[in-house]
Design a protein around this ligand. Sequence first.
Ligand code: ADP
Ligand code: MG
Length: 525
Amino acid sequence: MKTGEGILNELGSQHHVSQLASIGQIAAGIAHEVRNPLTAVKGFLQLLQQDQKQEYVEIAHSELDNALKTLNNLLQVSKPDLEDEEFQSIYLSVELESIINLFQDKMYEIKVITDFKDTDSAIYGRKTQFKKAFFNLIKNAIEAMNGVGTLTLTHCVVGQEVMVTIKDTGMGIPEEKLSLLGTPFFTTKDEGTGMGLAQVFSVIYQHGGNITIDSRENQGTKFTIRVPRHHNKSHRGVRNLNVLYEETYTIKEFFLENQKLFEDRLLTEATNVRDKIEEIHNIGSINLLNNAHRLVLYVVEGREHELISFAKQEGRAWARHSLTLAFKLEWIQAIRRTLWDFLYNFYKLKNVEIDRVAFYSMEKSINELIDQFLTYFFINYTKYKDEELDKQRLLVENLSVPIIPINSDICILPLIGAIDEIRIKTIQDKVFAEIENRQIQTLIIDLSGVASMGQVGADNFIQIIDGLTMMGCTTILTGMRAEIVKKLIAQGNQLLKRAVFKGTLQLALNDVVFKKESLESIIEK
Ligand code: ADP
Ligand code: MG
């Protein structure tokens, strides 16, 4: 510990040196976190030169996204304090999560346990400062554990406060030093600055919160932070905004001229979405802000058709990139609120009194259009997802109808699993197509792996055999289990005339392929 006069001396040269050290630490962190993904990207680019695989492009993309995310988080933490940073709703669990990610390179031997409850409760304040505070606390915790231990983070609501705890299993703090914590420049580390906790304390107190510390030497330390909850008032009434306005403006011009302000307001309304905008842009090249503008213009101009086709297109894009629906809903509701604020300001400045009927008509048509957007969006989102599922199902079904050629005119079709209505249809399509393409003379269908066959399945199965006969192909059925036989004879005994039966696949192969016994003689037996 550097005490008393020490602190004064340090303010000269040493203080400067230690500040450099902390920049150095951050730089080392950046280098590590960003170098790894970049190295991976380089590797995949090399692979791409040799082998054009879409997969490589995708991996390179996601690695670059990781690097960008890390850089963004680091920039947030190292941003200088903005005196005028706006207050906003902050979800502390979200911030904790993003800060932990910065320490990934230190986490090899450190177990991280998170227990986040009440994550929909926010506090209100300056976000960058909270990010920095968590960064400082987690950094201290990790340093105290010297590379090995357990870091436990919790988040929950207690009464009217959000409570966060950060607990480590590190070296602890001797009792006599507890009261010094938070004093600027108090540090016990060779390269410490003693500024971390000072920042933490100041942020927590500035936000009306409090902080307590439990610590035992050689056992660990727990910091408990409580900050008043922020109640998102959903009903706030309309806002007066500092909009640009000229008497000649049409409503469209009004929105175009105030585009920047609209974006700002929208971002303040949509607290949760804000942080994801960039991510969504990276994942799906979806520009949420531009799209919000487009939607608003369609709505105020009543361009229903364009709005609907836009909604369809967005629904599919959203589904294609598996973006969450809750998110979209929140975003659209924020657009709706912001839109009404702007409409209020427009009509106020225009200085026309809208009568009650006119107002309610406008209300109805605007909200209806937004609802329509949502409806078409969701329908197409779901449709896309369903189509994807169908495609996958088809693929799996096709894979499960393997037609194996034995020689130029004999093939085997081993069926496995359940033969239901949908599957039998796939089997039929595939079998008929193959018989035609490959001119198969004999098809051995092995049923020993069929788990079950429904009545409709059995019916259709017999039809397939009929079809094969019509196409001049002889069918040999093998591996018929009692249960399957029961299902088939329930449909009458047509099958007996159309197919040849063998107990097992092996027997059939022996007869037809290896002994080259002629089919006629088999049938005669
Ligand atoms: P620095 O980390 O640069 O030393 P801080 O203000 O962040 O400065 O911390 C001040 C001191 O408080 C540290 O040097 C350390 O002695 C003590 N300390 C803070 N957090 C912990 C912790 N989780 N476990 C043990 N000691 C801690
Ligand atoms: Mg520190």
